[in-house]
Design a protein. Structure first.
Lengths: 338, 537
């Protein structure tokens, strides 16, 4: 008899659990066996017994937590079939950040795809999202409201570069999360033809080095330190750092800083103003509303489970299309990580 | 529409005044007529177009989108125009880069030529053709919902900088101009003559004073000067010709509609410079109200009969600029003053009088006047050169203001907010409070200047070391009877205010001293501020 989806993957306090395989997907606390979709801190934590993830995600975890972050690790090739007890799992590209993957879990002909965080639009810094046919599609809902419709990232980078030209005396401080967003924004700036040095906060250095080692050229990156340069040297420069650094004394080393932030949240004016952002850039590593809808239609699953974010709106949309859907309440994933 | 939308967005997110000026000037330089003129009119709210009501917009979106999904969206975004702009489902794919997107001029001119019934249909069609920023600008335009935080003064300064002319020239012309201001832009760009203000009762640019420095007195001969009280109302100009009467602020904004009681009493042909006050019959003549009384009449587009009755508007004249057909501005002050007294003597004494002159033989005697004003609504003395012509702007060496000393209180730092631009990374905007009860502070004001850069560094460190909670860019700072940072706060006046939790509102507060030495428990109490309202200010 076929297994019911509710018995193949179930939400638990630690994360999404697979009883027949005895493993968790993206557990938020230490477990014996973890499958990790990608390297962001709310999905990839240190201290598991065994970790199965893509080689790049394992590298990123080692960079962030040290080589001993797990008892044992195993690299999953994209599309490779891996057997865990009675269950078959496969990793497929999710297009979110370098190394990010959806995880397909299959038993007795029933397939659930846990997509983790994903975006379908092309990104020069990671493999492109692939829709995987399945019975149950677990989708994120970070930007699952009809107001979230991310513009083309290259046009947002164009706005940044115009602002830099218009303000030659000011340093542009662009807030970017250190894994994924930072490297994508840098790559997009390079693709727009800007080849001058970019200055980066120390928190970005190791991951930028890693992206370079994986063949993603980021151009001339320099540390944004005062030791290396006088304050005036940053006039007209683009400086990238984690947004939290801008509220810190770190920001004082720059001449008349112009605060920017590259995030899907910048779509909403009140959010930008609340953070004191002068140049909001709507650049997101998540699917926007239209992309969530298109992805669900492309995957065409029997049922959709909606997690972390604005579940109610996406569940509503699925019901309007005649697609079975329900919210899946998982704890511990952060709203803000874009 | 997109260039206008970009401008609105950048103005909304740019905190610095100079950066706003340069954004406006870039826009005037790069955008052609008539679009730039309509943008200017929209920003200064001088655009008379068909309005579309929020309820009509809700109808439009509900025909396109599931009500529940819209409700979730509106709940999240919190602004109707922004929600619709972002969520609007186009009929055929995304409207990015469409070449039939309407321009601002097309939108404005179509709306001007349309009937009220057509409004929603037009807006619906434009929403389909615009991208989200364009839709946002359109919706703010048709709902009249611009709250830009841009003063008319700032916009006029941008125009002056754009055309390399003095701002008072713009102010003088402003009232005779109409959107899209083709003649104004032609003149500012050097391709046309200076527009002639053909409107009756035009504004005349105001003469302003410099704050006097104690050292200045040694260089000034008291025999060359006259003095009068400096009244704490708002500086205005009352003008009438050819049967048209107007009341202007000192920056040329027409506020006639809010003061019909005064405007109806003008009944003269000429232009007076003076102070707008509230005054009632009482005692042996006229009793001048306080600035709080006047505030009941300010910042209103219209006025109720009750406000007119309870807070009658009154004009205290300082100067006579125009008497019938005769322009007096080149005459010396003393000559104008003599003409003024004769002129005002013919006006309704319940609405007009002359500011009294002060007699003094030397500066010490004037100082004694300044120290003992007969009324709380006097905020110092004005010193005017007897020979001064009436010059627009702030000419040097002619008029001086000598304000009374500021009020001072000791208040406790409660909240600090991060600054922008050169103050990025510093907590530089402070909310301070006084004691309502022992142990209970109530916020009474905000200040972000008055301290040195070195002091800013010290306060910033204090804020970081004593943070209680964080709310976005704001931190609450420990402030109780034992521990807290005391500021000596200077301010120009204090009023009752129902909008503030404390019930009081300060005017022009700034940090005058840091009192690291003072225990917070010894800061002032709210009662002290309340007494300042009742007694002095």
């Amino acid at each position: 008899m076929a297994i019911r989806p509710e018995h193949l993957l179930i939400p638990r306090r630690e994360g999404l659990y697979c009883p027949p395989g005895d493993f968790f997907i993206d557990p938020v606390r230490s477990v014996d066996r973890a499958l990790i979709t990608h390297g962001h801190a709310d999905h990839a934590r240190a201290g598991h017994g065994h970790v199965l993830a893509t080689a790049q995600t394992l590298d990123i975890m080692a960079i962030r937590y040290g080589a001993g972050h797990a008892g044992a690790t195993q690299a999953a090739g994209l599309g490779e079939t891996i057997r865990i007890k009675d269950v078959t799992v496969r990793f497929h590209p999710a297009g979110h950040v370098l190394g990010s993957a959806q995880i397909s879990v299959e038993k007795d002909g029933l397939r659930i795809v846990a997509s983790g965080d994903y975006k379908p639009r092309p990104d020069p810094t990671c493999a492109t999202f692939e829709p995987v046919a399945c019975d149950v599609f677990i989708t994120e809902a970070t930007f699952a409201l009809p107001v979230f419709r991310h513009p083309d990232a290259t046009s947002e980078i164009g706005r940044l570069l115009r602002s830099v030209r218009r303000n030659p005396d000011r340093a542009h401080l662009v807030g970017v999360y250190s894994l994924g967003k930072a490297q994508r924004v840098i790559r997009l700036i390079r693709d727009a033809g800007y080849q001058a040095p970019l200055y980066i906060h120390g928190a970005l250095q190791k991951l930028c080095d890693y992206y370079e080692s994986q063949g993603i050229a980021l151009g001339d990156l320099r540390p944004a330190t005062v030791e290396a340069s006088a304050k005036g040297d940053f006039a007209g420069a683009i400086v990238l750092g984690p947004p939290s650094a801008f509220s810190d004394t770190w920001a004082r080393r720059f001449p008349d800083p112009l605060i920017s932030f590259a995030s899907g949240w910048m779509q909403v004016r009140a959010r930008a103003r609340q953070r004191g952002v002068e140049l909001p850039l709507v650049i997101s590593d998540h699917a926007d509303w239209d992309e969530l809808a298109q992805t669900i239609q492309a995957v065409s699953p029997g049922e959709v489970w909606v997690t972390h974010g604005r579940e109610e709106a996406l569940v509503r949309w699925c019901h309007m299309q005649g697609i079975a859907a329900k919210p899946l309440h998982l704890v511990g994933y952060e709203d803000e990580g874009d | 529409m997109n260039r206008f939308a970009d401008l609105l967005d950048m103005l909304a997110f740019t905190p610095s005044r100079n950066a706003k000026l340069s954004l406006l000037q870039d826009y005037f330089r790069t955008v052609p007529d008539p679009e730039r003129g309509y943008a200017l009119a929209a920003i200064v709210r001088d655009l008379d177009i068909l309005a579309v009501k929020p309820a009509q917009l809700r109808e439009l979106i509900s025909a396109r989108m599931d009500a529940e999904l819209f409700a979730y969206s509106y709940d999240y975004v919190g602004d109707l125009a922004e929600t619709i702009a972002l969520a609007w489902p186009e009929k055929a794919g995304k409207a990015v880069g469409r070449n039939d997107a309407p321009g601002l001029a097309e939108v404005v001119e179509t709306l001007q030529a349309s009937s009220r019934r057509d409004g929603p249909k037009l807006v619906e069609d434009w929403l389909d053709r615009l991208d989200p920023p364009g839709r946002y600008a359109l919706l703010k335009l048709v709902t009249g919902g611009f709250r830009m935080g841009l003063s008319a003064r700032l916009v006029k300064q941008a125009l002056a900088g754009f055309g390399q002319v003095e701002v008072n020239e713009i102010e003088e012309l402003w009232h005779g101009l109409t959107p899209p201001y083709l003649d104004l832009f032609a003149w500012l760009e050097g391709s046309g003559p200076r527009p002639v203000n053909a409107a009756a009762a035009p504004f005349r640019p105001v003469m302003l004073s410099h704050a006097i420095d104690i050292g200045d007195f040694d260089k000034l001969d008291p025999a060359d000067f006259t003095a009068e009280w400096k009244w704490d109302g708002i500086r205005v100009q009352a003008t009438s010709e050819r049967g048209v009467s107007r009341l202007y602020t000192r920056t040329g904004d027409d506020i006639s509609a809010a003061f019909p009681d005064l405007v109806d009493a003008i009944g003269f042909d000429g232009a007076l410079d003076g102070e707008l006050l509230v005054a009632r019959p009482g005692g042996d003549g006229i009793e001048t109200g306080t600035f709080s009384d006047l505030q009941q009449r300010l910042n209103r587009k219209t006025v109720t009969a009750r406000q007119v009755r309870d807070y009658p508007a009154f004009f205290r004249a300082y100067d006579l600029l125009q008497d019938g057909a005769e322009d007096l501005r080149a005459n010396p002050f003393l000559d104008r003053r003599a003409r003024l007294e004769a002129f005002v003597a013919r006006l309704d004494p319940m609405r007009f009088d002359c500011s009294d002159m002060l007699t003094f033989a030397d500066w010490d005697e004037l100082a004694a006047h300044r120290a003992n004003p007969p009324l709380a609504v006097i905020e110092g003395v004005m010193i005017k050169r007897k020979a001064s012509p009436y010059l627009p702007g702030r000419p040097k060496g002619e008029w001086f203001k000598w304000k009374r000393d500021p009020f001072l209180i000791d208040a406790v730092l409660m909240y600090a907010q991060r600054g922008h631009g050169k103050r990025s990374g510093f907590y530089s905007d402070y909310t301070f409070g006084v004691w309502r009860e022992p142990g209970e502070l109530v916020p009474v004001g905000k200040a972000y200047f008055g301290f040195t850069d070195a002091e800013l560094v010290q306060i910033d460190k204090y804020v970081r070391d004593n943070t209680m909670e964080r709310f976005g860019p704001v931190r609450s700072v420990r402030a109780d009877l034992e521990k807290g940072l005391v500021f000596e706060v200077a301010f120009e006046g204090i009023n009752r205010s129902s909008r503030h939790k404390s019930g009081v509102a300060m005017r022009f507060p700034r940090i005058s001293r840091l009192r690291w030495d003072k225990p917070p428990g010894e800061a002032d109490r709210l009662e002290t501020l309340e007494r300042m309202i009742d007694g002095a200010a």
